[in-house]
Design a protein around this ligand. Sequence first.
Ligand SMILES: [Ca+2]
Ligand SMILES: [Ca+2]
Length: 242
Amino acid sequence: MKNQTLSLLAISLMTCGASADFYYDATGDLASPDFDGEAHLDISSVEITNDANFLYISINTQGDLDAVNWGKFVVGIDTGRNAGDNSTDPGSWNRNVDWGRGITDFIGSWTDDGGSGAGAELRSFNGASWGLTDATSLGGGDVTADDSAHASGTQILAVSLSALGLSDGDTFDFDVFSSGGGADPGVDHLSRLDQATSGWGTTSVAGQFMNYTVSIVPLPSAAFAGFIGLAGIAGVRCIKRR
Ligand SMILES: [Ca+2]
Ligand SMILES: [Ca+2]
C-alpha cells in the first residue's frame, strides 16, 4: 500500500500542470465603510487551468453574483511579449488602478446583468497602443464568459492561448481585481491580502503579480485514465500564493 501511495503521489505531481492552479486571497480585505456589504467583490480565490487551445479562469467571490446587478472583474496579464503598459486608459479598463508594472493584455468582464449572463472583452498592447482583440459581443471566440456558477459567486472566463501569444511551457504573470463602473478602483486585488484601496475615490495599487505556466499534457490512454479515476486524484490542485 505504501508503494502504491507513493506511486499515486508521483502521478499526481506529474499531472499537476494539467489540473487547475489555485491562488487564494484573503476574505474581508475590503475597505470599510465604502465596500461594506459588497461580498460579491470580495475575491476569495482564483483557479486557472488550460487545454491545448484555451486558458480557463475561475474567479471565486464571497457573494452571490445572481443577487446583484453590477460588478466587474479584470484580469491583467503580462506575457512578456513587449514591455507592456500601465496606463489607466485603457490599460486597466479605465479603472483607477496602478498595476505597479506594465501589462500586455487584459480581460475586462462583467456580471452586472442581474444574473442572466456574463460578458467580457480582451484587449492587448502591441508595444505602442492598445487594441480590442475580441469581445463576447463580437463572438470571435477568443474570449468567453460563463455565468453558470454565479449563484456560488464564481465568474468563469476562457481566453484563447493563441490570442495571448502563449504556447506550451510559456509562463505569464497576472493579477485579478474586482471593481464597479466608471473610474472606480480595484476594490479587491488577488495580488494583495490587505486592502488595495481605502475607498471608491482612491487609486488601488496591485501587489506582486502571480504567475502561471501553460502546460499542454497529452490525454492519457483509456487504461491510464481509468487508473487515475480509480485512484481518485482527479481533484489534485497545485496551490500557489505569492
Ligand atoms: Ca478578498
Ligand atoms: Ca485581496
